[in-house]
Design a binder for this molecule. Structure first.
Ligand code: AMP
Ligand code: MG
Length: 388
């Protein structure tokens, strides 16, 4: 039996390596960028007018308006530095001009057919270069704007659009199979007989996968060796990651580990020193596909999925009540979190153990109580595996 830390390390080192593919820009949303994105021009690419108003070459009280520079027009030239040009936001700053005075700070009059702009604010308030977004001020041509490995959100889509990336290389989501096993399980559309239960694990796992953008395929297999062999063989061909639940413990019909081995899936570990989820089995195929065979008790299934598959970012919580746990196992207790005096507190809900998944609806995650200790005191800080 290995420790939680060792198990996490093995899972991390053997993670499925996603395929990379080029997709249309909008399809990259929510995926991981698999190339560097470079600025093809400066940001902004020209001295950009940032306010509607007039562009000037030097300070004065009044200016004769020569013409207008609109957005989308090629750069015009100010003929006389004592004059000004009307300019619109998004236009190129006319050649010869340095500064923009917004309409709010001028008055325009027409005298004998000539348009005159009068500055209505004290001249010292006008700063050289104001209201001009200088070429290259944000980013320079050739600079890396987005690095390989970045998750793509609407902001990254905007940057890629601006450099003309109509197609982009991304990591493709893995093809995931979620498989429940067990003769006692029936689908949720079926009325269970008194000795049967409705399957919930596969729905829980596919919902958790949907939250991270993965559409899993669902299967159910009974505890039949031949069927398990045949179906798992087929499923392994068409999927990259397999998530099984049930059939990995010490029961007489827990066939999953031996069937996986006979299918050529290499066992990387079986059993982790933790509660719940001790019988967790993890393996890998020669092609690098990974198999997470999780224990069937729903709290075990969920904990193993959250801790080992999702690998949440490190977080800590303060235990709000003493907990005593004797076995030499890492103890993951469902907790409800809340803030008190600026600290994230955790109220344990031990419930009736790994089958009590109704308990999870009151909770936000699991507090991780280390295997070395037996007494965990209120006020002590521990790692937290958040699921809500
Ligand atoms: P197993 O790991 O196969 O020994 O199953 C342990 C317990 O979890 C048994 O009580 C099963 O009925 C239950 N269980 C297994 N798979 C599921 C599932 N997909 N949904 C709900 N409960 C399950
Ligand atoms: Mg079973």
């Amino acid at each position: 039996m290995i420790s939680v830390k060792e198990a996490l390390k093995i899972v991390g080192e053997n993670a499925f390596i996603p395929n990379v593919s080029e997709v249309p820009l909008l399809e990259s949303l929510g995926k991981i960028l698999a190339e560097d994105i470079t600025a093809d021009r400066d940001f902004p690419p020209f001295n950009r007018v940032a306010m509607d108003g007039i562009a000037i070459a030097q300070k004065a009280e009044t200016f004769q308006i020569e013409t207008t520079q609109y957005a989308g027009e090629a750069q015009k030239i100010l003929q006389n530095p004592e004059n000004c040009m009307e300019v619109m936001t998004g236009a190129v700053l006319p050649l010869g001009c340095t500064t923009v005075i917004r309409y709010e700070d001028i008055e325009i009059e027409e005298v004998e057919g000539v348009k005159i702009a009068k500055v209505s604010v004290p001249l010292e308030e006008i700063k050289e270069g104001q209201n001009v977004h200088q070429q290259g001020a944000d980013r320079q041509a050739g600079e890396i704007l987005l690095h390989n490995g970045l998750p793509i959100s609407p902001a990254e889509i905007a940057v890629m659009a601006s450099v003309g990336k109509s197609a982009v290389r991304v990591e493709m989501p893995p093809r995931v199979a979620v498989i429940s096993t067990g003769d006692e399980l029936v689908d949720i559309t079926v009325s269970p007989l008194p000795y049967q239960i409705r399957m919930s694990n596969s729905y829980m796992l596919s919902a958790a996968l949907a939250k991270i953008g993965i559409n899993a395929n669902l299967f159910h297999l009974t505890d039949d060796k031949d069927l398990l062999f045949k179906k798992l063989q087929e499923i392994l061909i068409n999927h990259d990651i397999i998530l099984l639940s049930g059939g990995v413990s010490a029961g007489k019909k827990d066939f999953v580990p031996e069937i996986l081995t006979s299918l050529g899936v290499q066992k990387l570990f079986h059993k982790v020193a933790q509660k719940p989820g001790k019988p967790f089995w993890f393996g890998k195929t020669d092609e690098g596909k990974t198999v997470f065979a999780l224990p069937g008790n729903p709290v075990s299934t969920f904990l193993c999925f959250c801790k080992y598959f999702l690998k949440p970012k490190p977080e800590q919580v303060v235990l709000d009540k003493d907990v005593f746990f004797k076995p030499d196992l890492t103890y993951f207790v469902p907790v409800k979190t809340y803030f008190e005096s600026g600290k994230l507190m955790a109220k344990p809900f031990e419930g009736s153990g790994s089958a009590d998944f109704a308990n999870l609806t009151d909770c936000d995650g699991f507090i991780e109580l280390p295997a070395e200790n037996q007494i965990f005191k209120a006020g002590e800080t521990f790692d937290f595996v958040r699921f809500r």
